[in-house]
Design a protein around this ligand. Sequence first.
Ligand code: NAP
Ligand code: ZN
Length: 366
Amino acid sequence: MNAFNYFMPTRMVYGQGVVREAGKDLALGRKALIVTGKSSARLSGALDDVLAVLPGEYVIFDQVENNPSVETVEAGGRLAREEGCDYVIAIGGGSPLDAAKVMAVLAVNDLPVLELYTTQWEKRALPIVAIPTTAGTGSEVTQYAVLTLEEEETKKGLRGPDLFPHTAYLDPKYTESLPLHVTVDTAVDALSHLVESYLSNRATRASDFVALQGIALWGTAIPALRQGSLTLENRDALLLASSLGGIAIAQTGTALVHALGYSLTYYDGFPHGRANGICMKAYLEYTKSVAPERVETVLELLGLESVAAFGELMDELFKDYAGKLQLSPEKIEHYVSKAMLTNNVKNSLGSPSAEELTKILSDSII
Ligand code: NAP
Ligand code: ZN
């Protein structure tokens, strides 16, 4: 019997209309820093819902870009301090959610952002309310925040127990305004979390339980994703699967797919979920050689016959990207050497070598 440790302190409130129903309970303090991207909080209807019921004061920071930068989180942290905010409401995809987490730390800790990667900050981050508008990252239930670090030419996650949001309000309606390509990219991100967690050296019985439920739920949306037309029921399945993915990686971390994907986003501009999707077929092929029964279980739950069928699904979902990835041998070597510096590769079943990673990335070129 393997021992395990399971920690997930976020209160999840799930269902249609949950933000308005929360009413004054939405507030965790006197004055909120509301953190959003440029338009999604409004487009999704989430910001209107928040403002309709939020008691007390607030100030809005609506400048979070995709793959948020150090400068953005510094600006938000400064605003929170100047305005005397005592809690944070994050609305949006993973970018605003992650940025808001770091702002919540900086609001009470006067530290350079890079130090957050190496030292545990002293004062507990401001409490966070997270309202996702994508079904992908699961950031609303994780202790991670991913920023783009220009100094290191990569994206990198930082972590802390106080980065778990206090409460997550999940309403699948908010994902209805997503363009199809973002729906697909983010869905594949959620799938990669679930699968990487299940295929992790750090997997536990608790994380497996969550990941397997999530993979099966994700599988129910495959026909709709193929057709490019999603009902609210499909969006509900994807949002819950995405949160289950977050809960799973909160226990295990992600694996080599994310380690390689970060370079595909940083250097080649692929959205996060697509960057992961590029490597997944070759990753499953590799993992099949070290843990065939686990890969078989993933495929079965998805209703796919083989790794090749999984690859066909990815090709179909991402047909618009066909031929858009050019990787020279030098680039592949560079991405692999960066990935080898991360724990994500060590977390992957089989703990692949640089040579094995090179094969995975070379086989992933689309
Ligand atoms: P995102 O970067 O937050 O958003 C992508 C695009 O979708 C943006 O243009 C955004 O618009 C738009 N959008 C979001 N919700 C929308 C809606 N309901 N309707 C219309 N447009 C909408 O995408 P994401 O994939 O959710 O997040 C990716 C980030 O999360 C990456 O930085 C990734 O590394 C990180 N991540 C974090 C974790 C974690 O555990 N913390 C896990 C995985 C990934 P706006 O610009 O207007 O917002
Ligand atoms: Zn991810």
